[in-house]
Design a protein around this ligand. Sequence first.
Ligand code: GLN
Length: 555
Amino acid sequence: MATTKYIFVTGGVSSSLGKGIISASLAKLLQARGFRVTIQKMDPYINVDPGTLNPYEHGECYVTDDGAETDLDLGHYERFLNKPTSQANNVTTGRIYLDVITKEREGVFLGKTVQVIPHITDEIKRRIQMLGNTGEFDIVITEIGGTVGDIESLPYIESVRQLKWELGNTNCIVIHLTLIPYLKSAKELKTKPTQHSVKELLEEGVQPDILVCRTEYHLSQELKRKVAQFCNVTVNAVVESIDAESIYDVPLLMLKENLDRTVLAKLKMRTGDEPNLDKWKEFLGRLKNPTSEIKIGLIGKYVELTDAYKSIRESFVHAGSVNECHVDLISIHSEHINEQNVSHLLGGLDGILVAPGFGARGIDGKILAIKYARENNLPFFGICLGLQCALVEFARNVLGLKDAHTTEVNPDTADPVVDMMEEQKKIVMKGGTMRLGSMECNLKKNTKAFLAYHSAVIFERHRHRYEFNNKYLSAFEENGFSAVGINPESNLVEVMELKKHPWFIGVQYHPELKSTVDNPHPLFVKFVQAALEERNHRAQKQSVPMEEKDTVYVE
Ligand code: GLN
């Protein structure tokens, strides 16, 4: 068996330089050359996983098929590579320590002092090589979270140093992502921060092989030479990463800079044919040349932070491209919606999406927005809590159950139309205990959902504790809000559809987690189409009085 090659991506100078996008873009290029690639993220915080983190901290929590609650970068990996990731693709310091401490309690290290080196670093190295040892991948890209020099990332850099020594420089390379800032007053790009950041890495024992330099302006050959000379890398290993219009441009920008070729040369791997990116380019072409535009209201309580709904935003990019339609996502804070302003806020929109979430904050605004969409034939897409709010709204305003609620918000409601799942009631621990991961759902034929998926059996990812209370199902069905997707094992309702409405669908699962460039999610694609129809419909309606007026005038 050929040995797996390892690429480490570290970051310097500043956070938020986009290690995730660079890793995903490089992986895309290598995949397009025929290599089997996966990407892993190491997060240096103490939480065992990001499932217990508020989205304001690190953005959305991304869930994999196998039910791991992970960093949102895994979403980029899947969207770029169109391959599922798993628990093994995201490791935190908390998980490493938990494993080591559990082993210590079991007596595995009996008699030994348990230390950062070698015990924590050994566990990090084991986790890195776990993916490589499956034999499923030619190349594993490991992104080290944080910035070089942080106290927290030291054990990771030390593990990289050891692995480089153990596996050799042709099996293990380091790409360091840095920033070349432009000083306006001096009208100059500055290389010193990069030099210092490489020095920092060197102090920790690691010589980077390739430098990817984030910049607002093109880097001259002269500047690249200077960086190469002072940072001890070859000139072709200084790669420009200029600000891009879209994250989906980055693979092509990296191709232009030969990042993939340089990587393969350093790893002594064949380059072969040029990467086949035809599908990717088609996607970009449609994305950049839309023939129509729609406005979708994204209603949630974390809208201030774009990363909080990352996968939903990206799903609209994919679905927009399929429809050659620019989707203008208008963030609407659910706490700001009230009876007085709801029609003003939603009146100009072509559809609304009510986002997932937890807790009571902003619920009333979501319910009001859904009522407006239901009554005004405005396309509506509810995801997880979004579906649950639609159930509460329907129970109150159509079934006349005025006190109806989800027990998450009102545990004493007379009509718990959304209630905690039976198996959740005994659980006290918060971390990793929700209904998580991929589950089967059977769709009823001739429903909008079925027509979108073209399949009666689908698998979607979950992350919730509450569910539709089946006691109320017949009342909902009799009044035209039907369960069209059901989990065959548990009978839990997964998809609800309002019959007498152009497009009103709520799902208990998270379709946004499975939308990729190669496979835009069918529900998002259909929702965008429904919104386009709504827009055309409204445009026609608006033009009718004009014509009537003309006729009157002629008469
Ligand atoms: N808070 C709801 C639940 O736990 C919805 C979760 C979500 O939107 N992901 O069921």
